[in-house]
Design a protein around this ligand. Structure first.
Ligand SMILES: Nc1ncnc2c1ncn2[C@@H]1O[C@H](COP(=O)(O)OP(=O)(O)O)[C@@H](O)[C@H]1O
Ligand SMILES: [Mg+2]
Length: 326
């Protein structure tokens, strides 16, 4: 896209903090989000995700630190920022008297979207978000999942460079959720950048190019989902089967190996499951033992670490390695 170096970041945050009384809800957070990226902000309840979004979208003034959003200074160019971003807040706010369609149309009108474009975009989101059934319903009668869809959908009525989503899929069933995530992906291909908070790990993994893990107001890691899993997902599983079915000798020897934290054999299929942080050591060991006892390994594979495992390790271990010291 012929970008200059400076414009490759869509968000640059430098030691941004927000204090409420004694408590630092966001504590000297620094990170950079690239243009065209889906950047995930992943953290447990109370980690500081919403407070960060509120600051970056100019809804809440920072206590200290600075940030540039869509190339503009957060402190002095709030209006310019608001013109180029969309926000789906954690809490919704609609005019309760209107029906869904009118509510969307008025939202587009507020953004100065011409009538013809509003019509086209409303048709698109109604179709993609499965909103046909409640289009004529007053917003006050919507279920929480329907409200959430309306809130996300209306943000796509206007143009923007950057969309902030604060736990957008809460209360949605899996099918609708997947449809919406895929819609986000399409928009990213068309050039949208997305800042996305969630505590749902599968979702972060499905959507995000990079993920910042935030805990107690501090960013503990920023990396791709793959790398987070590789670096912090400790428990891995190696599963294998023996042609001969069961071998007690092999079971006992493998159980006592230093690198094996747990070994079980499933009664039905005869599959052995080894929990280990070092599959690269355990796998050759399995082959060696099999050879020693005259057995053959008929299948073997490494079960993938889950992002959840990496996440739990990251937010429960105090002395996690910081990005600059690892
Ligand atoms: N207006 C406020 N006044 C006092 N404390 C707040 C306020 N908003 C948030 N907090 C506190 O700041 C911390 C971070 O909150 P929040 O950003 O909402 O977390 P998250 O969105 O990650 O769940 C929490 O401990 C929360 O209780
Ligand atoms: Mg929140």
């Amino acid at each position: 896209m012929g970008d200059t170096l400076a414009s490759q970041s869509i968000i640059e945050v430098d030691k941004l903090s927000k204090r409420f009384g004694d408590k630092a809800a966001v504590d000297e957070v620094s990170f950079e989000m690239r243009r065209g990226e889906v950047f995930g902000f992943l953290g447990p309840n109370g980690a500081g995700k919403t407070t960060t979004i509120k600051m970056l979208t100019t809804l809440l003034p920072p206590t200290s630190g600075s940030a540039r959003v869509v190339g503009r200074d957060l402190r002095t160019e709030g209006k310019k920022i608001r013109e180029r971003i969309g926000v789906v807040q954690q809490q919704d706010s609609f005019d309760q008297g209107l029906n869904v369609e009118t509510s969307m149309d008025i939202y587009g009108l507020i953004w100065d979207v011409p009538k013809r474009d509003r019509r086209r975009r409303i048709d698109e989101v109604v179709k993609r978000f499965g909103m046909k059934d409640f289009l004529k319903m007053p917003t006050i009668d919507l279920s929480s999942g329907q409200r959430r869809r309306l809130q996300v959908a209306r943000e796509f009525l206007h143009d923007m460079d950057l969309l902030f989503l604060d736990e957008p899929t809460v209360g949605l069933d899996p099918l609708v959720r997947r449809g919406i995530l895929d819609y986000f992906k399409e928009k990213v291909k068309e050039g949208l950048s997305i800042f996305f908070t969630t505590h749902i790990l599968e979702e972060a993994e499905y959507l995000c190019d990079r993920i910042a893990v935030i805990n107690q107001g501090k960013i503990v890691q920023v990396d791709t989902p793959e790398n987070l899993k590789r670096r912090f997902g400790r428990a891995k599983a190696v599963e294998f089967k023996l042609l001969e079915g069961t071998s007690r000798e092999l079971f006992e020897r493998l159980s006592s190996s230093d690198e094996v934290s747990k070994l079980i054999q499933d009664e039905v299929g005869g599959t052995y499951r080894v929990t280990t942080s070092r599959p690269e050591i355990v796998i050759p060991e399995i082959y060696k033992l099999a050879e020693k006892y005259g057995l053959s390994v008929s299948s073997i594979y490494i079960a993938e670490t889950t992002l959840e495992d990496a996440f739990i390790n990251l937010v429960t271990v105090d002395d996690v390695r910081r990005p600059d010291s690892s």
